[in-house]
Design a protein. Structure first.
Length: 426
């Protein structure tokens, strides 16, 4: 049984290709059933995100074209259209690939943790679809364990490399615990949405989301312990905000020095931490001159992110070493399965020979044969039958001068020099 990872990602395929090969949650179960029926695989799981679509499977295929044909055909591609963007990783390479994916080492943002949750979701979907067996089940669990070890033993996740998370880490440096703070988020785009999720996870006490259209800020506020306002309502709430994140597409500043100065006075000079993530800027630069105002721009954050990325790259080297060790561990387990199946087959063959010899002996005893002669003949017959096939193979090996097979046989059957000197023959 072989392992394989087949797919494409942000490094091999452009967005217009990736978005056409996505398996939505609503079709994954049917796709897995179809894959096992027509793709020539025994076990399978599908990981599909905005940045990658990958099939992990175990198979007995001599020709992997069948699996590629299934993937291209399922999404309505001609093989030549999709194949240039695909990669495949067999066996140990597939194990290493999954461990790197789980640990965030194969992500667009090095070390990002979201993909581990996506991988766990892919595993649960495959379990529910009945497409996970011993091999993939063990591989997924192994990857989850390794990802946790890397998070615990390296600094891969301790240095934020997104603008939103870098801004929140700066806020923590100023305020410490954010659970008693109020955050004002201006805008409703991707950056603000990500900041809102991070703040919600950190259990910020109160979140206000302001946007030009109330409907968009309301959608973002749902389920986040937040309430929505329009940009025109900001002056009413400004003095309540300990933290302000702003990222709009406005060509003119949203907040001026005067409005922030007024809010500081109402706050009795309790500090305000502001991160202006917009280009052009949403906050008048002069606001940073005010006492008790900590104003950072996207350029300030970029320096933090670049330094953190360097730290992550150093941690990634350590993470790769951990992964290499665990790939070896997994492959040792996988190879041991071949030994187990071989032992099982050998035992089954021996039992079959034993049954044949015993049945023949019992028949002779029923026919009045001498018990002592019957037993001795049965033992001789059993011995000859068991060693017949190995003996024939060893004679062939000797004739072909295959010394490695002869040496392996001596080790396998624990033959010593005394055994060779006895002069005994089959």
């Amino acid at each position: 049984m072989a392992l394989l990872a087949l797919g494409l990602n942000h490094a091999t395929a452009p967005l217009d290709i990736r978005e056409k090969v996505v398996f939505g949650d609503e079709i994954v179960s049917d796709a897995l059933h179809d894959l096992r029926k027509h793709g020539g695989v025994d076990e399978a799981a599908i990981l599909s995100t905005c940045n990658r679509t990958e099939i992990y499977c175990s198979h007995d295929l001599q020709d992997l074209n069948r699996l590629v044909d299934w993937l291209t055909g399922y999404h309505g591609f001609r093989r030549a259209e999709l194949q240039p963007f695909l990669y495949s990783h067999p066996d140990a390479s597939a194990v290493k690939h999954m461990l790197r994916v789980a640990s965030g080492l194969d992500s667009m943002i090095l070390g990002e943790p979201q993909v581990l949750g996506q991988l766990k979701n892919a595993y649960h979907q495959a379990v529910e679809s009945g497409s996970i067996g011993q091999l993939l089940g063990r591989l997924f669990q192994h990857s989850f364990m390794v990802a946790k070890e890397i998070r615990s033993n390296t600094a891969i996740g301790k240095h934020p490399v997104s603008v939103a998370f870098a801004a929140i880490r700066l806020a923590q440096q100023i305020f410490g615990d954010l659970s008693e703070r109020t955050a004002l988020l201006i805008g409703a785009g991707e950056t603000i949405a990500l900041a809102a999720r991070h703040l919600h996870e950190m259990k910020v006490d109160r979140m206000i989301i302001a946007n030009r259209t109330l409907e968009r800020s309301q959608r973002l506020a749902e389920g986040m312990n937040a309430f929505a306002i329009t940009l025109q309502d900001i002056p009413i709430h400004l003095d309540k905000a300990d933290i302000i994140f702003s990222a709009t597409a406005s060509p003119l500043p949203i907040l001026g020095k005067g409005a922030i100065e007024s809010a500081i006075k109402k706050r009795k000079h309790r500090p305000i931490f502001i991160v202006d993530m917009a280009v052009p800027r949403d906050i008048e630069p002069e606001a940073g001159e005010l006492e008790d105002v900590y104003l950072y721009t996207v350029d300030d954050l970029r320096e933090v992110i670049e330094e953190n990325l360097r730290n992550r790259q150093e941690a990634a080297v350590q993470a790769e070493e951990i992964i290499d060790t665990h790939v070896l561990n997994f492959m040792e387990w996988l190879n041991s399965l071949d030994a187990v199946s071989t032992i099982r087959a050998l035992r089954g063959q021996a039992v079959q020979i034993q049954t044949t010899v015993v049945e023949a002996a019992l028949l002779k005893l029923k026919q009045g044969g001498d018990p002592e002669k019957v037993v001795l003949e049965a033992i001789r017959s059993l011995t000859n039958k068991i060693i017949h096939a190995p003996s024939a193979q060893l004679r062939n090996a000797e004739a072909a001068n295959r010394q490695e097979l002869l040496q392996a046989a001596r080790k396998l059957f624990n033959l010593t020099e005394n055994d060779f000197g006895s002069g005994k023959q089959e």
